[in-house]
Design a binder for this molecule. Structure first.
Ligand code: ZN
Length: 95
């Protein structure tokens, strides 16, 4: 990591970007007992749409084990210190 901060700062997953990530691309996953967000990458403001498109492609290639289910891939706003379940899903595109 080239960046050093007092705390962990998520970085955009787009190749060669390196900007601070403010969005998480993820899909709600469940195996029937527990639920979590399946993470498909992090995005800054300018890579939000491209990372979402990439996440959707990954999602389509995903094979699920018996009993597993995955919801639609979406954009979640990253909140420092917040657990996945507390993140709020945003619209795919700005209105
Ligand atoms: Zn970026």
């Amino acid at each position: 990591m080239l960046r050093k901060r007092f705390d962990y700062t998520p970085i955009c997953s787009a190749a060669g970007c390196g900007a601070d990530a403010i969005y998480k691309i993820a899909a709600p996953w469940s195996d029937g007992k527990s639920r979590e967000l399946k993470n498909y990458g992090l995005a800054c403001e300018s890579h939000r749409d491209s990372q979402l498109a990439r996440g959707k492609i990954h999602r389509e290639g995903l094979r699920l084990a018996e009993g597993e289910s995955v919801g639609p891939t979406g954009v979640y706003r990253l909140e420092p210190g917040a657990i996945d379940a507390k993140l709020s899903r945003l619209p795919d595109h700005d209105a």
